[in-house]
Design a protein around this ligand. Structure first.
Ligand code: AMP
Length: 276
């Protein structure tokens, strides 16, 4: 496996490639969720490249940018074992040569980005799209793999690719969960054991949602209420059913809607969702 930290070396590597490239964007602190994206990429492409970059432009001033976990050596080992061909791990100065606030910006559609994560984290998706389009332009992948766990991010990236006619296939990958069904997240390391137990109300709420579907309860308000009942007194940022444009809908439609959940447990924000 090759470790590349410099953009010129990445360009040289890319120019030497003939086959298809599968790309996985990450912020590191890799877990089985990331590894499942890597496995998908390996299955369907000639070469697999993973970027590991804690992107400063997608963090707000009061967020966890500086304390975000960065176990570099462990991440490199995991990628090696997983059979990744290239890890691209640049410094911020490589990705933002003109300082981020001084650069061209990519602005997502307001209706998709001023809601949910975007409402709570102003500018977050501008930062995500800016770094992702830079990676896309450098790597020119045939396929790029993103987790359904970050549903809003996945839908906004799909819109960018479609609106800007980028020739990249975006593949949404299933959420990987631990043995108690909590969605894996690099931020789960912030949870102590009491908070972890409380966080398990999230997968329990999703179980209740499956039960609603099985009992043919399809009204959004009914399903949202069932989930909220299980979340109980957790601090819920949102628990809402939307279509793929992130607009509210009255009734779920199979293959066209999802429930988005964000809660805070002991100050740790946890995201999860259910794709109908
Ligand atoms: P991050 O390192 O948190 O930016 O995540 C990198 C990619 O991994 C994103 O596309 C995430 O949606 C995806 N991802 C994170 N956690 C999971 C998970 N539990 N299951 C599937 N994909 C995930």
């Amino acid at each position: 496996m090759q470790l590349i930290t410099n953009i010129n070396d990445l360009i040289d590597w890319r120019n030497a490639q003939n086959g298809t490239i599968g790309y996985v964007a990450t912020m590191g602190a890799l877990h089985q969720g990331h590894l499942s994206l890597i496995q998908n990429a390996k299955k369907n492409n000639d070469k697999t490249i993973v970027s590991i970059f804690v992107n400063p432009t997608q963090f707000g001033a009061n967020e966890d940018f500086s304390k975000y976990p960065r176990p570099k050596d462990k991440d490199i080992e995991l990628c090696k074992t997983a059979g990744v061909d290239v890890v691209f791990m640049p410094e911020a100065s490589q990705m933002y040569p003109n300082e981020a606030h001084n650069e061209v910006n990519i602005i997502p559609p307001v209706k998709m980005s001023n809601v949910f994560e975007g409402a709570l984290r102003p500018g977050h998706f501008n930062g995500v799209l800016l770094v992702i389009i830079k990676f896309f332009n450098l790597i020119r992948p045939a396929n790029a793999y993103f987790g359904k766990k970050d549903a809003q991010q996945l839908l906004i990236i799909k819109r960018m690719v479609s609106d800007l006619f980028l020739n990249i296939n975006i593949v949404g990958c299933d959420i990987v969960r631990d043995s108690n069904n909590l969605a894996l997240s690099s931020r789960n390391v912030y949870l102590d054991s009491a908070s972890y137990d409380i966080a398990l109300r999230i997968p329990k709420a999703l179980e209740r949602v499956s039960y609603c579907i099985l009992s043919n309860k399809l009204e959004s308000s009914e399903i949202e209420k069932a989930a909220l009942d299980v979340l109980g007194d957790l601090e819920v940022d949102y628990c809402k059913i939307v279509d793929f444009n992130l607009e509210s809908i009255q009734k779920i439609k199979n293959g066209e809607s999802l429930l988005l959940i964000a809660v805070r447990v002991s100050g740790v924000r946890l995201l999860d969702n259910f794709w109908f």
